[in-house]
Design a protein around this ligand. Structure first.
Ligand SMILES: [Zn+2]
Length: 273
């Protein structure tokens, strides 16, 4: 699973290994993951450039280079990103690597090949990544109760769909949407226009608390453990309250499983109203 807390943690673990490093050598084994350029253009663009920033927007990762060009990686469902010593054993399904100037290497691994790479030159208009359609970041101060309420009143679908809609708040996926609604004690199929002010307040608070909490859980393990888990075994899975559970951790009622616009959804019929 790659939702906001996982992507945020990738930045946390990899950033110190990437910043101010110069790219010396590249490999791209599966060319079709590169969306908007030919392999040669990507290599010409990246070779001998220095990574000046590595950040996240929604569920997308962004390398900013010293010539103001940008490399985006959208790992989708199962993409894994690591930095490691060059001698680190090659993991199967490694599709893209960047050798750095310090005996380390960046690697992108993707068993299902669903992830995407985009490369944009300086001042090149972004018509491909969809990043400008993303909504607020969960911790953006401009996302206050008034703004959130206005968005939800207009939306007029279930609150679960609203949380999954990347154009409202970016980065929330199926698993954390359920955790957030459980924390806010709101039923997932409740229509957004029927939420009262208290519910909207709890929901916004729950978005911030839940994402922040799971980011901290992920990051508590340290880089060595992250690398050992090949950038895919996050600690979150062991502490999620609804995922894989049958019984509510608060009231012991049997959890219900339904589908909301084809997404599996789990909730407690007792705690959530
Ligand atoms: Zn319950």
């Amino acid at each position: 699973m790659s939702e906001l807390p996982e992507i945020e943690s990738v930045v946390y673990f990899l950033k110190p290994h990437l910043i101010n490093r110069t790219i010396k050598k590249l490999s791209l084994e599966k060319e079709n993951i590169l969306v908007n350029k030919f392999k040669e253009e990507l290599f010409d663009g990246l070779i001998d450039k220095t990574i000046v920033d590595f950040t996240r927007r929604g569920k997308m990762l962004l390398f900013l280079l010293n010539d103001d060009s940008r490399l985006y990686i959208h790992p989708r469902m199962v993409g894994q990103l690591i930095t490691c010593p060059k001698s680190f054993p090659m993991i199967k399904h490694t599709h893209f690597t960047m050798e750095l100037d310090n005996e380390e290497e960046f690697r992108y691994i993707d068993v299902r090949r669903l992830g995407k790479l985009y490369y944009l030159k300086k001042d090149e208009e972004d018509k491909v990544t969809g990043i400008h359609q993303l909504g607020y970041e969960y911790d953006d101060e401009k996302l206050d109760e008034k703004t959130f309420k206005y968005m939800l009143l207009k939306y007029k679908k279930s609150i679960k769909e609203a949380l999954l809609d990347q154009s409202l708040v970016a980065g929330i996926g199926n698993i954390y949407a359920d955790e957030i609604l459980f924390t806010a004690k709101i039923l997932p199929n409740k229509k957004t226009q029927n939420l009262n002010d208290d519910e909207i307040q709890s929901l916004l608070k729950a978005i911030r608390e839940v994402l922040k909490h799971y980011i901290e859980v992920n990051e508590s393990v340290g880089y060595e453990t992250y690398l050992k888990g090949e950038g895919k075994e996050f600690e979150n899975m062991h502490v999620l309250r609804l995922y894989d559970s049958k019984i509510c951790p608060i009231c012991n009622a049997e959890l219900k499983r339904i589908r909301i616009s084809s997404r599996g959804t789990v909730y407690c019929p007792n705690c959530q109203k």
